[in-house]
Design a protein around this ligand. Sequence first.
Ligand SMILES: [Zn+2]
Length: 255
Amino acid sequence: MSDISSILQGGYNHATSRLWQSERSLRKASLMYPIFITDIPDAEENISSLPGQKRWGINKLEGFLKPLVEKGLKSLILFGVPTSGKDATGSKADDPDGPVILAVKLIRDKFPELFIACDVCLCEYTDHGHCGYLNEDGTIDNLASVKRIAEVAINYSKAGAHCVAPSDMMDGRIKAIKESLIRENLGNKILLMSYSAKFASSFYGPFRYGSHYNKCSASFRIITQQRFKFTEKLQTLHQLLVIVNATNFPQMPEV
Ligand SMILES: [Zn+2]
């Protein structure tokens, strides 16, 4: 195995991700549509917390996406929303017959130009609602969680995703995913996008409701950033963005 821990080429393997890095402007291709995909094949369910948005079943996906693609949709991000089979370890996260992997394969087949990102997390699939494995005392087992999250990312990549986007808050999972991608010879093909800067607040509640059927009992204060002064929040976000920029969206000189 190579001793490098990061391959930048995965960030510009696809035409859409190259465009994101070519210049700073707002256009249709800049927008990524979040798709909530359930394991009920014919589902078309309103999400009360996100008016106008729905959870879709695999059989409804092509019909929903077709007019959007014709209007210029270039990319989407998939959130799996299982209705059953939750367990302590989120084993359904990368089920080959689960909603995310089925959706990736269908979209690659029907809309080959579309850029597909997959949210990578375990909380939709765990019965306790946390994004990782738990120790007996209820705290996060970080090492085991990171290992499993990397495994899920690899399986989404192998199914055909162009981008894996971890939204958990486990320490070290970016390194673990990168090393796994390199080990699987996917490092130069898959974009890795971390977008988790979650604070202990209610701002992401409506979105979280869209990706979960049931309210979970978990307290996310054990893994989210705590409330603090606004300038300190900006510093934290800036640090995260610097990390993302340095690893996934480098500003390259023109050649
Ligand atoms: Zn999560």
